[in-house]
Design a protein around this ligand. Structure first.
Ligand code: UD1
Ligand code: MG
Length: 475
């Protein structure tokens, strides 16, 4: 897609070291909602259906080159500015003729629609050589300022470090997205120099060079500043994370998910939620969570790597760990941890339990405080529980273990042997009832208290406390 059906090439500049982030890896690999920020940008670009997409990376940024596959990758040998990075990309676009959309990899939240409007702006008049995406920022610090002529065209872009105090007052800023004709751009790139505060080649010098060639730079102002925020520091990364999380929330609410307090719910980019899912406050979705229609995730639950069926209830205060599958109508209650396990339809682990490396059939009732003992200090072992099994409260199921369909585990049991179908397995210490014991105990206590003289002084009292006399009660 391009204006007037012109071919489109997108160039993404991503070779910067990200020194202001104080991080070793490429800046654009920092995740937003768990996804490298460059991927967000590529997603918006992809929808434009460009003929070529070229990503400029730095030497040794192999993980970045891999992440952007199948885009074309160019290495910028020396990070000496955005202008020089663009030159590297144009070296492999010599045979291309059409529009070139230049984007900064550290400005990843731009939408396809905004990019499309920018391309359109380039085609508004014959003498428009460059369209630049701009924003009115309340606080423009750090951004290049757009200096306009009396007709509203850009005559120069001034970087923060090169700007005079008056120029710093300008709030219309360069977002870094430009659209230009490829052949003219090649010509203009020859005019870049590094005579500036940072001794770098700036793409922001292009409007002045284009003007000398008789072309104007048109401004397209975005409505939504959140789309065009750059990311140079950790604080800005956090600001982008908030924007990306909000996009996820809006996306799910549009698709029929109910959230009582959306700001307290955190998603991962691959979260999948069905219709009429209800999410209570303070819920965290890690990677790989899929939730079926009408399931309710109750407050303070933490989910990762789990596929949950329809009409289930999870939490409050549930922790579901990777490798888990929960069937339809499952109930997971408070203070329950499930790891690498599967639960059949309608099974319940309602309170205070641990299920790890286990396979539970349908209609299992896993009682309060029961746990699978899956680790022997060396290895993990599996527990298999058949359909309709009742696991009594506070049981320890020592794996490896198979409990067959319909079996009943008595509460408080420690089970080490397989249990056949429909059997009862009970393992407890012998129970003893001593008749009248409590009454004798109480009487002796009262008599002793009556005999005891009142404490004389503090020292005596302390000594008394230190050596409590043990009472023997009838056995
Ligand atoms: C840049 C713009 C500034 C704009 C701001 C918007 C320039 C000179 N300045 O400043 O006008 O307001 O973005 O966020 O263009 N990069 C390379 N090779 C390099 C240097 C940078 O590929 O040699 C890449 C970086 O990886 C990054 C992008 O270009 O993705 C922008 O570079 P950055 O250093 O962040 O520029 P800003 O100072 O933010
Ligand atoms: Mg930047």
């Amino acid at each position: 897609m391009s204006a007037k059906n012109r071919p489109l090439a997108c160039v993404i500049l991503a070779a910067g070291k990200g020194q202001r982030m104080k991080s070793k890896g490429p800046k654009v690999m920092n995740p937003l909602v768990g996804w490298p920020m460059i991927k967000w940008l590529l997603e918006s670009v992809r929808a434009l259906n460009p003929e070529r997409v070229v990503v400029v990376v730095g030497p040794g940024m192999d993980d970045l080159a891999q992440a952007v596959h199948p885009c074309e990758v160019v290495i910028q040998p020396q990070q000496d500015g955005t202008g020089s990075a663009l030159k590297c990309a144009m070296n492999i676009l010599q045979k291309f003729s059409g529009d070139v959309l230049v984007l900064l990899g550290d400005t990843p939240m731009i939408t396809t629609q905004t990019l499309w409007h920018l391309i359109q702006a380039r085609h508004e008049a014959m003498d428009v050589g460059i369209a630049v995406l701009a924003a009115e920022m309340g606080n423009p610090t750090g951004y290049g300022r757009l200096l306009l002529d009396k007709d509203g065209n850009v005559h120069a872009i001034r970087e923060e470090k090169d700007a005079s105090p008056e120029e710093k007052q300008v709030r219309l800023v360069n977002t870094g997205a430009f659209c230009m004709d490829s052949k003219r751009l090649e010509r203009w790139l020859g005019g870049l120099n590094n005579r500036n505060a940072q001794k770098e080649f700036y793409i922001t010098d292009l409007p002045e060079i284009a003007a000398q060639d008789g072309y104007k730079t048109r401004v397209h102002i975005t409505f939504d500043n959140d789309e065009v925020r750059g990311c140079n520091t950790r604080a800005e990364l956090f600001a982008l994370e908030r924007i990306a999380q909000q996009r996820m929330r809006d996306h799910f609410m549009d698709r029929g998910v109910a959230m009582q307090d959306p700001q307290t719910v955190y998603f991962h980019f691959d979260t999948v939620l069905g219709e009429d899912v209800v999410i209570e406050p303070n819920v965290y979705f890690g990677p790989g969570v899929e939730v079926g229609d009408k399931t309710r995730i109750r407050a303070f639950s933490h989910l990762e790597g789990v596929k949950i069926g329809k009409n289930a209830t999870i939490g409050p205060f549930a922790r579901i760990r990777p490798g888990t599958t929960l069937g339809d109508d499952v109930r997971i209650g408070n203070f329950v941890e499930i790891k690498k396990s599967s639960l059949g339809d309608r099974s319940k682990v309602s309170h205070l339990g641990y299920v790890g490396d286990a396979m539970l059939g349908e209609d299992v009732n896993f009682g309060c405080g029961a746990i699978t003992v899956n680790y022997d200090g060396f290895e993990k072992h599996n527990t298999i529980i058949g359909k309709g099994v009742m696991v009594g409260s506070n049981s320890n199921l020592i794996a490896p273990l198979i409990i067959d369909d319909g079996a009943f585990i008595a509460a408080g049991s420690t089970i080490t042997q397989n249990v056949p179908a429909d059997a009862l397995s009970v393992s407890r210490a012998k129970e003893e009832v001593r008749k009248g014991w409590a009454a004798i105990y109480r009487r002796k206590k009262t008599e002793r208290k009556a005999r005891k003289p009142a404490p004389q002084n503090k020292t005596a009292e302390t000594a008394e406390k230190k050596k409590p006399e043990r009472e023997k009660v009838g056995s």
